[in-house]
Every structure is written in structure tokens, then in C-alpha cells.
Design a protein around this ligand. Structure first.
Ligand code: SAM
Length: 264
């Protein structure tokens, strides 16, 4: 179970700044071949920007959108209010989905890398699908954000920050395509396809980079620092390095695509 202290996001900031995640997610949704009447799970729905797109493709169907963060679900509830009972929001952990043989399909974008045990995650998803049900997903994978992560690790090992990072472990699992495919097959998925693709993202300026990295990428790192002064100091060092990159304020994102089915 994910530690409850670390569940929360600044959902207003995520909603405003998640253009990169939304553009990747729209590509994932474009791969779906829907009849329009399915019951679909959106696993880790965030503020519901992509859930709305999914609902538009399901005029006679329904979506159950789940997330661990109450803030995210509150924002999603506002964003999705016009869909009425076509959508239901549920607070739960993807590792412990309270559904059995319920869904025709599962969609998930930018969420699975926050779950550190993919065998258990895929077992939980498989259990929630009907026989013949499908999974179409994408999350961070492979060398995702390697440059930024190395810089954050180096800073975290340096005074005055090092005392606050004793025993800290990165909050993500970035699998490669082969390991993810093996994990899906181990948990009973068939017709498995996985791939890694680059998704280099360039932010507009130092302010946007700072807000994005602080609230979206390194929010769990910054939770370790006990004062706003230290958090600002940590971010200033990263911002300076990012400003010297070519192109400046770029993020070396990589996405892991995941597809599979439950046998009939
Ligand atoms: C980066 S956001 C992605 C939101 C949305 N799918 C999108 O693409 O914009 C990741 C979401 O996954 C959720 N999440 C992370 N771990 C989770 C877990 N174990 N169970 C349920 N949701 C989780 C987070 O709370 C967050 O809302």
C-alpha cells in the first residue's frame, strides 16, 4: 500500500501544466478500437483531462476512473461534472482494485511508473477485466528523465541536502520493454506488445520548468526538505543546470507503451 503521506498532488497545478501528459495520452487513446458501449477503467485518472476524451468515445458506455489522490479526484469531479452518471470516480490503490471481472478494457496513462511492483499491479488489473478484456497503457520507462534524475541524486548527496535524503529511494519504477512484457505474461496477459519511445519535452522558460519539476516530477524528493528555503535552493540549482542545456529547459522523457489481453 502506498504511504498515505505521499499520495497527494497539487491537482490545480497538474491540471494547468499537464499538456505533455495530455498529448501523450491522446496518442494512447487514438489506438483504442471502441464500439462505444464498453465499460472502461481509467487507472490513475489524475484530474480527468484524458478521462473526458475517453468518455467522448463511449457515447453508450461508462468509465470508472480511479486514483489514490483525493485532490486529483476532487479536480476530476469538477472537470467531469457534465458527464453525470456516465462516469464514476473511485478512490483506491491500483494494487488493490475492488473490482472482479468487471471491465471490457483498461486505459492508463502516466501512472504505472508510480507503482513499484508491476507484477502485483498487472495481477490486480487482470483480475478486474472480463475474459477477453484488454489493456492499453503508457507510463514512464527505460531511461526516463535520466539526466534530471542524475542531477537530483547528485544534489541530494551534497550538503546541506544530504542529511534529509538518508535512505530515500526514487518513487518510480521505469521498466524496459522486455521486462514489462515478461511481467504482463507472467500475470496471465496474452497478445502482449510493449515498446519504448522518446518523448523529449521542452518547457517555455525557467518559471515553467521550476513549477513543472517541483510539482510533477520531483514532488516526492522535495517533501524530504523541511523548509521552503531549502526547497527553493534545491530547485535553483536544478534550474541553473537546465538553463545551460541545449535546448534549455528540456526534459528527457521516455514512454513505455503496454498492450495485452486476458484470454477468452
Ligand atoms: C502523472 S498523473 C497522470 C494522470 C492522468 N492519467 C494523465 O495522464 O494526466 C499520475 C496519477 O497516478 C496516480 N497514482 C499513482 N499511484 C497510484 C496508485 N497506486 N493507485 C492509484 N492511483 C495512483 C496519482 O495519484 C496521479 O493522479
Amino acid at each position: 500500500m502506498t504511504d498515505s503521506r505521499h499520495r497527494e498532488w497539487n491537482s490545480a497545478v497538474y491540471h494547468r501544466l499537464s499538456a505533455p501528459q495530455v498529448s501523450w495520452g491522446k496518442k494512447v487513446l487514438s489506438r483504442l478500437r471502441l464500439r462505444g458501449d464498453e465499460l472502461v477503467l481509467d487507472a490513475g485518472c489524475g484530474t480527468g483531462r484524458l478521462t473526458a476524451d475517453l468518455l467522448e468515445s463511449l457515447p453508450r458506455g461508462r468509465v470508472i476512473a480511479v486514483d489514490l489522490s483525493e485532490n486529483m479526484l476532487r479536480s476530476a469531479s469538477e472537470h467531469l461534472s457534465k458527464y453525470g452518471c456516465q462516469v464514476r470516480l473511485v478512490a483506491c490503490d491500483l494494487l488493490h482494485l475492488p473490482f472482479e471481472r468487471a471491465f471490457d478494457g483498461i486505459v492508463s496513462t502516466a501512472a504505472f511508473h508510480w507503482v513499484l511492483d508491476h507484477d502485483r499491479l498487472f495481477a490486480s488489473l487482470r483480475y478486474a477485466l472480463v475474459p477477453g478484456g484488454w489493456l492499453e497503457a503508457q507510463c514512464g520507462g527505460g531511461p526516463n528523465l535520466k539526466r534530471l534524475r542524475e542531477r537530483a541524486d547528485a544534489l541530494a548527496a551534497t550538503p546541506p541536502f544530504h542529511q534529509f535524503f538518508a535512505g530515500f529511494q526514487e518513487p518510480w519504477l521505469y521498466q524496459n520493454a522486455a521486462d514489462a512484457a515478461e511481467s504482463l505474461r507472467r500475470e496471465g496477459f496474452v497478445a502482449v506488445e510493449t515498446s519504448i519511445e522518446p518523448a523529449m519535452t521542452i518547457l517555455d522558460n525557467a518559471e515553467q520548468y521550476n513549477e513543472f519539476v517541483r510539482n510533477i516530477i520531483l514532488r516526492r524528493h522535495l517533501e524530504n526538505l523541511p523548509s521552503e528555503e531549502l526547497r527553493a535552493q534545491f530547485m535553483t540549482a536544478l534550474n541553473e543546470q537546465a538553463g545551460s542545456d541545449d535546448p534549455p529547459f528540456s526534459l528527457d522523457y521516455w514512454r513505455l507503451n503496454l498492450r495485452g489481453r486476458v484470454p477468452e
